[in-house]
Design a protein around this ligand. Structure first.
Ligand code: S3P
Length: 201
């Protein structure tokens, strides 16, 4: 099984994702980092040189191939949910968790950001408020929400693991067996993984 993290820019997807992967003994893939490696340049450069629609196409192709991974934590770019087919692709890839961060915390973390192309123009507060408003229904549709306000990345990772255990117990019960406790992912090996490579088509 894979775990897919969605959420707004600076909501902690990468930090939480890395911790989750370590604790679960899963591989880790960050879609932005993977695309940067594939393209050989930064996302800001792609936006600048080829435009956002080009980036979204690459992102969608990657999203569509993520189901090929196994036992990975996948953290995604904040705008991935805006391409209509992507939510289905992510749900096909694994259990989708929405890291729901507080707008004030997001603004605080992004105040001095210089590399995110979506924040290059206009007033930061206005941009974050507008994009969050547009995207919130998409994030909520994509996955089960975890509130991150005031919590450390480790604590959020712990809460996500709790959700995974619950999901596994539920699936085991639905499959006809009694809950065994085997859903506890802490028992998983902690070696292996690394940055995954889903080899997009
Ligand atoms: C974007 C978020 C970024 C990156 C790109 C576009 C967005 O990822 O994919 O700059 O539209 O919100 P992070 O969420 O990791 O910042």
């Amino acid at each position: 099984m894979n775990l897919v993290l969605v959420g707004f820019m600076a909501s902690g997807k990468t930090a939480v994702g890395r911790r989750l992967a370590r604790r679960l003994g899963y591989g880790f893939l960050d879609t932005d980092h993977w695309l940067e490696r594939e393209m050989g340049c930064t996302i800001a450069e792609v936006f600048e040189q080829k435009g956002e629609p080009y980036f979204r196409k690459l992102e969608a192709a990657l999203a569509a191939s993520l189901h090929k991974l196994e036992n990975h934590v996948i953290s995604t770019g904040g705008g991935i949910v805006t391409t209509p087919d992507n939510i289905e692709s992510l749900q096909r890839a694994g259990m989708v968790v929405f890291l729901n961060a507080d707008p004030e915390e997001i603004i605080g973390r992004l105040e001095h950001d210089t590399h995110r192309p979506k924040l290059k123009e206009g007033d930061l507060r206005e941009t974050v408020t507008r994009l969050l408003g547009e995207r919130m229904p998409l994030y909520l549709r994509a996955g089960v929400a975890v509130d991150t306000k005031g919590k450390s990345a480790n604590r959020v990772a712990g809460e996500v693991i709790h959700l995974v255990v619950e999901r596994r117990e539920k699936e085991a019960t639905q499959a006809g067996g009694e809950p065994t406790g085997e859903g506890t992912p802490e028992g998983a090996p902690t070696e292996g993984g690394g940055e995954g490579n889903p080899k997009p088509d």
